[in-house]
Design a protein around this ligand. Structure first.
Ligand code: PNS
Length: 166
C-alpha cells in the first residue's frame, strides 16, 4: 500500500472551483492524488461519468501527479485495488460533518488501514455545491466564479439540450 497515494472521491456533477481547490490543497500534501468519479450513482446525474472525468482532466492538466478516473462499487475496494492509503474529503460548513463522519466511520470499519483526511476549502467556496450550481444555472443565472468557464459552457450546452427535449 502506498501511504502517499491518496484518493479524492466524489460525484463531481459537475466539478466546481471548490473541488479544484481541494484537489490543489490535497496535491500539496500528497504528490500522487487520484481523483475518482463515482459511476452509476443512484442519484440522477446531469453529466455522464465520462463527461465528469473529462472536465476534471481538463481542470487538473497543470497538476503533475494528479490522475482522474472513475470507479464503481465500494470506495474501500477501489482504494485497495489501487493501493491507496488515504482518502481525501473536503469539509465545508459544520453541516457536512454528520454525513462525512458516517462515511469515514463506515469506511474505517471496512478498511481499518485506510485513513480519511479532511481538508477545508478556501472561504470563497464554503457554501458552494454542485447541486446549487445546477439549480442556479438552470434558473438562467451566471455561475461564473463557482465553476470554470469550460464547465459553465458545458452546463449551458447541457441545459440547452434539455430545453430542446421538452
Ligand atoms: O461528492 P459526493 O456525492 O459527496 O461523494 C460521495 C462518495 C462518492 C464519496 C460516496 O458516495 C462513495 O464513496 N460512494 C461509493 C460507494 C461506497 O463506498 N459507499 C459506502 C460509503 S461509507
Amino acid at each position: 500500500m502506498h501511504r502517499l497515494l491518496a484518493i479524492y472521491p466524489g460525484s463531481f456533477d459537475p466539478p466546481t472551483l471548490g473541488h479544484l481547490d481541494v484537489i490543489e490543497r490535497g496535491h500539496r500534501i500528497f504528490p500522487r492524488l487520484l481523483v475518482a468519479v463515482l459511476r452509476n450513482a443512484d442519484k440522477q446525474a446531469m453529466f455522464t461519468a465520462a463527461e465528469r472525468v473529462e472536465m476534471l482532466r481538463e481542470a487538473t492538466r497543470h497538476l503533475e501527479g494528479v490522475e482522474v478516473c472513475d470507479f464503481q462499487g465500494l470506495l474501500v475496494d477501489f482504494a485497495r485495488q489501487r493501493g491507496a492509503g488515504v482518502l481525501v474529503r473536503g469539509i465545508r460548513a459544520i453541516s457536512d460533518y454528520e454525513y462525512e463522519f458516517q462515511m469515514a466511520w463506515m469506511n474505517r470499519r471496512m478498511s481499518p488501514d485506510l485513513e480519511t483526511v479532511f481538508l477545508m476549502p478556501g472561504a470563497d467556496f464554503a457554501y458552494l455545491s454542485s447541486r446549487l450550481v445546477k439549480e442556479v444555472a438552470a434558473g438562467g443565472r451566471s455561475v461564473a466564479g463557482m465553476v470554470s468557464p469550460a464547465v459553465e459552457a458545458r452546463l449551458q450546452a447541457k441545459l440547452a439540450v434539455k430545453a430542446g427535449e421538452v
